[in-house]
Design a binder for this molecule. Structure first.
Ligand code: SF4
Ligand code: SF4
Length: 446
């Protein structure tokens, strides 16, 4: 059979067969890695995306045969470790994804490798700690503890010790914990009548996320202010748990299932009652929209939640197309350097945040669409921190030129990394705000 170069059909994605014993069989996994690595070696389109591909190609080029068959299987793990599951190779580069018969899904192959490492006990205490975002957040935001944690995260001696003993990079700026979590102070507000549009449900449920709840509650408050200004009734998802993305990135699929079993029974009734579900962190949105349906394809509640899930700016732009959004902006934003994170790009909803920021009069948006290198917990690990800053460097440079009034990213963690990279490159400090905060400022809301 002659195979054509690349796909003409829309990409599809196969469910992740993680309950099949073969998923964890080392021989079967190595065979699949060898097959896919060989295709990648012949293609090399993704060489500049991350550390995984250069690591693979270097192993091939330095092997005796200069082919994948010359690479020791034990070295395959080096490639797995460099992948942070951003999904960009699959969604934006690869012409061989299904339905192409070569069936290349590099990120999910790396996920399988991570899952194998996890069940074999090859993950560290540090990895398990960093991915327990919910538990960490609950502990760190206890009154008194919060001051101690924030102090320690900024104290050079404590950070040196964390680097040496835990493997958390001393140089990585860590986000402070909030004194009062978002969900403690925020309240459901259903005082307006729901006005459904052709493209948007008329009421919203907010899945706050661990990060907004424990680290930057102001982003959640700004989302509620935007909804209130537009008279969109909203409900909070009480007792939500982590979306499971950090555990997925660790390959801990049993924990992903446990978290799914907490969240989906809370979210599915809201989805079925006609709520749009908004999450202010793109990785969490992607988890519900894409990864959970692929992990649990038979679960109708998971699919109902995925169908109701929106990126907040996707919702606002569609709301505008429905003629149901106010655009009474009073404050220009000036020059905004705006970064689209990988997990927003791969949602395939277009540049909705840029579109919304450009509604604001006297506002010029410099859009930067490239990986900032933080990638969940990956970029704070001692062994990956330097590579992660290198990956982010082009973003840091482009965000600084032309000099902005604000820097912003849909991913608040990427936003912090960009701020750090720009600071270290000697740029003058500019205000960093989440796009939801920028829209709140533009409306003139306090
Ligand atoms: S998913 Fe992202 S990090 Fe992983 S190999 Fe693809 S581009 Fe690299
Ligand atoms: S993932 Fe696809 S595009 Fe990227 S190097 Fe491999 S075959 Fe080429």
């Amino acid at each position: 059979m002659t195979l054509r170069e690349g796909n003409l059909d829309a990409p599809t994605r196969h469910p992740i067969d993680w309950r099949n014993p073969e998923f964890y069989d080392e021989g079967a996994l190595f065979n699949e890695m060898e097959r896919v690595f060989d295709i990648c070696h012949g293609c090399r389109r993704c060489v500049s995306l991350c550390g995984a591909f250069p690591t693979l190609f270097e192993l091939v080029d330095e092997s005796k045969t200069m082919e994948v068959d010359g690479v020791a299987k034990a070295d395959y793990w080096k490639v797995v470790d460099q992948c942070y599951l951003c999904d960009v190779c699959y969604m934006t580069k690869c012409p061989y994804v299904p339905p192409h018969p070569w069936n290349v899904d590099f990120p999910h192959l790396m996920l399988r490798g991570k899952a194998k490492k996890f069940v074999d006990g090859k993950t560290t205490f540090r990895d398990r700690l960093l991915t327990s975002t919910d538990r960490l957040g609950k502990l760190a935001t206890i009154p008194v503890v919060v001051e101690m944690v924030n102090k320690a995260n900024n104290a050079p001696a404590a950070r040196r010790m964390m680097d040496r003993t835990l493997g958390i990079a001393q140089g990585a700026a860590l986000p402070p914990y909030a004194k009062v979590p978002f969900l403690k102070n925020a309240a459901t507000s259903l005082q307006w009548p729901a006005r459904p549009g052709e493209r948007t449900p008329g009421k919203v449920a907010i899945f706050a996320t661990c990060y907004v709840n424990y680290n930057e509650p102001g982003i959640g408050r700004d989302l509620t202010k935007l909804l209130a200004h537009n008279e969109i009734p909203y409900a909070l998802v009480e007792k939500e748990a982590c979306c499971g993305m950090p555990k997925l990135e660790l390959g801990d699929l049993e924990s992903v299932e446990k978290l799914k079993d907490v969240n989906i029974p809370l979210l599915a009734p809201l989805a079925r009652a006609g709520f749009a579900i908004l999450t202010p962190v793109p990785s969490c949105t992607l988890m519900f929209k894409q990864e959970l349906p692929l992990l649990f394809p038979e679960d109708e509640d998971v699919q109902a939640v995925a169908d109701a899930m929106f990126d907040p700016f996707e919702y606002f732009v569609l709301r505008d197309r429905d003629g149901l959004l106010r655009k009474d902006f009073t404050q220009p934003l000036g020059a905004v350097s705006y970064h689209i994170p990988c997990h927003s790009r791969v949602q395939n909803v277009g540049q909705k945040t840029r579109e919304a920021l450009e509604w604001v009069p006297d506002t010029k948006v410099n859009t930067v669409e490239r990986c900032a290198g933080h990638d969940g917990t990956w970029g704070v690990k001692s062994e990956f921190f330097a590579t992660s800053m290198k990956i982010g460097k082009p973003v840091f440079n482009r965000m600084a030129d032309p000099a902005p009034d604000y820097i912003s990213s849909d991913c608040p963690i990427a936003g912090r990394r960009i701020e750090q990279g720009m600071d270290e490159a000697g740029n003058a400090r500019v205000r960093k705000e989440h796009p939801l905060t920028l829209l709140r400022i533009a409306y003139g809301l306090d």
